[in-house]
Write a new protein. Structure first.
Length: 270
C-alpha cells in the first residue's frame, strides 16, 4: 500500500512538473508572439509597400493574394503554437530541462553555430548568384534589387516568418508523418527519420519556391527554376540540420544572419 501510494505521488508530481513546463512554454510563446506582433504593427506600412507596391519598392502583389497571405499567417501561428507548446518534448532536440548555467552555455553554442552557418550559407548562395546572374532572366533580376531597399526590422521579420513557415508548417509535420510510417520497421532509426525529413521537406519547399518565383515574375525560365531550386535546397537544408542537431535558436539566428547578409550584399552590388 505504501509503495503504491508513493508511486501515485510520484506520478502526480511528474504531472505537475509537466503542466508547469507547458505553462512556461505558453508564456514564452505568448511573449514572442506579442513582440513579433508589435514589430509587424510598427512596420505595417513597409510590409504593405513590400507586398503590394510595384517595382522597385515591392513585388507588386494584387488584392487576390490577401486571403492566401492571411491563411498562411494563421497556419504558421497555429502550427508554431502546437509544436512549440504541445509537441516540443517530442520533436525538439533541445527540449530536455537543464540547469541555468547549462542552458546559457548551450544557448551560446547554438547562437555561435547558427551565426557561422548562416554566414557560410549566405556567402555560398551569393557566389552561386554571381555565377548564375548572366544566365538569369532580367525580369527576375529586377525583383532581386528589392532586397537592397529593405530596412533592418523588415529583414528580421522576414527571417523569423520564413523560419517559422519552414519548420512548423512543413518539416515538423512531415517528420511526424514519417515517424508514423516507420513504426512498421523493426529497427526505426532516428538518423534516418531526421535525414528523410530534411531532404523531403527541402525538395518540396524548393519546388514550391521555384513555382512561386515563376508566377510572381511572370517568366518561365529553366535557368531561373534551377537557380531557385538550388538556393532553396541549400538554405532549407541548413535550417533543418541546425534545428535537429543544434537547436531552434541556431536555426533562427542562421536564417537571420543569412537574410541580413544577402540584403546587404544586394544593397552594395545591385
Amino acid at each position: 500500500m505504501i509503495e503504491q501510494q508513493s508511486k501515485r505521488q510520484i506520478t502526480l508530481f511528474e504531472a505537475v512538473l509537466n503542466n508547469y513546463s507547458t505553462l512556461q512554454r505558453c508564456l514564452m510563446f505568448t511573449c514572442a508572439f506579442l513582440v513579433v506582433s508589435g514589430l509587424m504593427f510598427a512596420e505595417r506600412t513597409n510590409i504593405a509597400s513590400f507586398l503590394f507596391s510595384g517595382l522597385p519598392m515591392g513585388i507588386g502583389l494584387t488584392s487576390n493574394f490577401i486571403a492566401p497571405l492571411v491563411a498562411v499567417g494563421f497556419l504558421a501561428l497555429s502550427c508554431s503554437a502546437y509544436f512549440g507548446i504541445i509537441c516540443v518534448s517530442n520533436v525538439s532536440p533541445t527540449s530536455q530541462q537543464t540547469n541555468g548555467n547549462g542552458f546559457l552555455s548551450e544557448l551560446r553554442v547554438a547562437l555561435v553555430f547558427g551565426a557561422c552557418f548562416g554566414l557560410l550559407t549566405a556567402i555560398l548562395c551569393s557566389l552561386i548568384f554571381v555565377i548564375a546572374e548572366p544566365h538569369l532572366p532580367q525580369a527576375f533580376l529586377k525583383y532581386h534589387q528589392i532586397f537592397g531597399s529593405l530596412d533592418f526590422v523588415l529583414i528580421v521579420l522576414a527571417a523569423i516568418f520564413s523560419s517559422t513557415l519552414y519548420l512548423s508548417v512543413l518539416m515538423l509535420p512531415l517528420s511526424i508523418i514519417l515517424s508514423r510510417l516507420m513504426v512498421f520497421e523493426t529497427t526505426p532509426s532516428q538518423f534516418k527519420l531526421t535525414t528523410a525529413s530534411i531532404v523531403i521537406s527541402s525538395i518540396i519547399l524548393a519546388l514550391f519556391m521555384a513555382l512561386l518565383v515563376a508566377v510572381i515574375t511572370a517568366t518561365l525560365s529553366m535557368n531561373l527554376i534551377i537557380f531557385i531550386f538550388i538556393i532553396t535546397i541549400i538554405t532549407s537544408s541548413t535550417l533543418g540540420l541546425l534545428y535537429w542537431f543544434v537547436g531552434l535558436e541556431a536555426s533562427l539566428i542562421a536564417n537571420l544572419v543569412y537574410c541580413l547578409l544577402v540584403s546587404y550584399l544586394a544593397h552594395i552590388f545591385l
